[in-house]
Design a protein around this ligand. Structure first.
Ligand SMILES: [Zn+2]
Length: 293
């Protein structure tokens, strides 16, 4: 199991000393550290807008950034995101019930299996260092089992995880990923579909409450000014509230403490496509490092 924060990292030595009565540490305190509520925040729609995207890249916290393929600012922000050690996902545009335009990389219900798979393959190439995928929109496509199977067959070719953004209550995306044994997670809260500070705050508190009950919780937010301002204010306060911030892959490891994320992709070890435990470990630690500064 990965070490998740400084407290846990120091634990073995503290525990050893406590055996000799030199440094008493209570077992409940230890359990509290292990069970510390942990949240992840995915920033969707990266690549469309530069300044807010940049401000989020520069926040010294382990946010997970989901990039739309081939948008105006995707490549520039991707380079910076890698430089600033952010976890990177593909934000894959999928057909919605409102008929909104999807732009490049869009997946539609009327596409053939070959078109779905080759479009996804091109999107993977367009987002170097991606280690996960979630859906942009998709209120229509994620309810279509046949197309979700094609999607997961393509995802399965790589050591990626899948996050169901849950833009439809009838989404079968996560369960299809599960059928294909693709590591998968599901969004718990949208932070900013109303762009007021009051609303973002309400959603953020809801996220924390879910993490307190379930142990982990995942939010999706967007590069809006109100979100940048709110996260800049709120994230430095998490540590004193006893809440931990981690990347999405680290959340998966917390949820599956005894499993390898991609045991069937061993041949890709040390390849950039492999989201290794070390990577999520490093990013989670960086969160705690930031808190202590
Ligand atoms: Zn989106």
């Amino acid at each position: 199991m990965i070490k998740l924060n400084y407290r846990k990292q120091r634990f073995p030595a503290a525990f050893f000393l406590s055996l000799f009565g030199l440094f008493p540490i209570s077992l409940p305190a230890m359990a509290e550290s292990i069970n510390q509520p942990t949240i992840a925040i995915i920033i969707d729609d990266m690549g469309n807008q530069y300044q807010n995207g940049l401000d989020l890249v520069l926040l010294p916290y382990p946010l997970t950034l989901a990039f739309l393929p081939e948008r105006r600012h995707t490549q520039a922000l991707l380079r910076l995101a890698q430089q600033y050690n952010k976890e990177i996902m593909l934000h894959s545009p999928m057909e919605n019930l409102l008929g909104l335009q999807l732009g490049k990389g869009g997946l539609h219900e009327n596409m053939s299996e070959q078109e779905i798979k080759s479009t996804l393959a091109n999107s993977f190439k367009a987002i170097p260092n991606m280690i996960g995928i979630n859906n942009h929109m998709g209120s229509k496509l994620t309810t279509k089992p046949k197309i979700m199977k094609w999607v997961m067959e393509q995802v399965k070719q790589h050591p990626f995880y899948f996050v169901d953004s849950r833009t439809s209550a009838n989404s079968v995306a996560a369960q299809t990923a599960e059928e294909y044994q693709i590591p998968n997670l599901t969004r718990d809260v949208f932070l900013d579909h109303k762009q007021t500070r009051k609303f973002v705050q309400k959603q953020f508190l809801k996220l924390i409450e879910i993490a307190k009950v379930k142990g982990t919780a995942i939010a999706i937010a967007h590069p809006h000014k109100v979100t940048v301002d709110y996260l800049s204010w709120a994230l430095p306060k998490l540590d004193e509230k006893g809440i931990r911030l981690a990347t999405v892959s680290a959340i998966w490891h917390i949820q599956h403490p005894h499993q390898q994320m991609h045991s069937n992709h061993k041949q890709l070890k040390n390849n950039w496509l492999n989201p290794s435990t070390a990577f999520s470990h490093k990013n989670t630690l960086s969160a705690n490092t930031a808190y202590t500064q």
